[in-house]
Ligand binder design. Structure first.
Ligand code: AVI
Length: 330
């Protein structure tokens, strides 16, 4: 295992076996440092997703309280015909942060046989495994994975099908995990990638009763708490941290002004913590911000998309109006 920062030397010896993810690079080390040693300590949410964190996230998706996954799945099942018709004969379906590509299987089953599926994910090994399994299950489809961190600009190969358009698929309300200014940057990046005439099929979570939201991010079984704490364990392994996992408490609160869930880890005592080669002291009850999850209105999201060059074509929601899937054109 190599690292340009030398943080890897502080990792557990079993890292290579225990995680299918790579170690951090210099930019990531700087990003961690800026957040954790800033005035209000924060940690990048992407470190939730090592192997244990991905399994915990799968468990979250099954929780009674966590409505987004099943609600989006039901919207997709209900309206997949309309979505596929609206997409038309796309040349490529490009999925940002494809992970297990589970949600895409439904779409792929219905889409035109000539479509090329381009899953984009940071975890190259996992991406290739998923691509192999998709090739077995959809032998007529071309599967063309790209290992990339979609939060940074990356290059798509140029399309071989000159007539057909490219469509970005971004399900799961992951867009909500970015501050609106960065969400708008990502939407512009997608718009530039597909060019004029390209499309965007995107899932986003809607504003609702704060009690429903807080329960979704602070479930009775404590799975979300484990998911939150696992971020510290992951950073202990890849960024030379020495967080004591017993000394933090999971907090999830809805910020009504900013329309977002904020997840924190609250320090149960005063303690010194080392990370990326530096040390800071956390006071008793001081909180580390670990995740934001923005909730939109359909009009608010449409406005943000319009400012990034997207015109709304259609929005599908569930009966409670908890979640939305939108089709937009460039
Ligand atoms: C991945 N993302 C859309 C989830 C969300 O709802 O914001 C992450 C999550 N965090 C806690 N529970 C789920």
């Amino acid at each position: 295992m190599t690292s340009s920062t030398g943080f890897a030397s502080a990792c557990d010896a079993d890292y290579a076996v225990a995680s299918c993810y790579r170690s951090i690079d210099r930019d990531e080390g700087m990003e961690i440092q800026r957040g954790f040693f800033g005035e209000v300590p924060s940690l990048p949410s992407k470190y939730f997703y090592d192997r244990v964190g991905s399994e915990l996230f799968d468990a979250i998706c099954e929780l009674d309280e966590y409505y987004p996954t099943r609600t989006e799945a039901s919207i997709m099942r209900e309206s997949v015909d309309e979505m596929v018709e609206s997409i038309g004969p796309a040349g490529r379906l490009i999925e940002y942060g494809s992970g297990s590509s589970l949600k895409t299987r439904l779409l792929l089953g219905y889409m035109h046989a000539d479509v090329t599926y381009v899953p984009v994910d940071i975890s190259g090994d996992y991406l290739n495994q998923v691509a192999e399994s998709l090739r077995r299950d959809f032998p007529q489809r071309r599967i063309s994975p790209i290992a990339a961190d979609f939060t940074r600009p990356f290059r798509l190969r140029s399309s071989t099908a000159s007539q057909a358009r490219d469509v970005v698929y971004f399900p799961g309300s992951t867009i909500g995990n970015f501050k609106p200014a960065f969400a708008a940057t990502l939407l512009s990046q997608m718009r530039n990638q597909v060019g004029t005439g390209g499309g965007l099929l995107i899932g986003f979570d809607l504003q609702k009763d704060p009690a429903v939201l807080e329960a979704a991010y602070d479930d009775r079984r404590g799975i979300t708490a484990l998911f939150n704490l696992n971020l510290l364990r992951h950073l202990n392994r890849v960024a030379g941290g020495d967080f004591d996992l017993e000394a933090y408490r999971h907090i999830a609160l809805y910020n009504e002004q900013e329309h977002r869930i904020e997840m924190h880890l609250e320090s149960c005592r005063e303690q010194a913590v080392s990370l990326v080669g530096r040390t800071r002291t956390l006071a008793k009850s001081e909180r580390i911000l670990t995740e934001l999850s923005h909730k939109y209105t359909v009009d608010g999201f449409t406005e943000m998309a319009a400012a990034s060059g997207w015109k709304r074509e259609q929005i599908w929601t569930d009966a409670n109006e908890y979640f939305a899937v939108g089709m937009f054109w460039a």
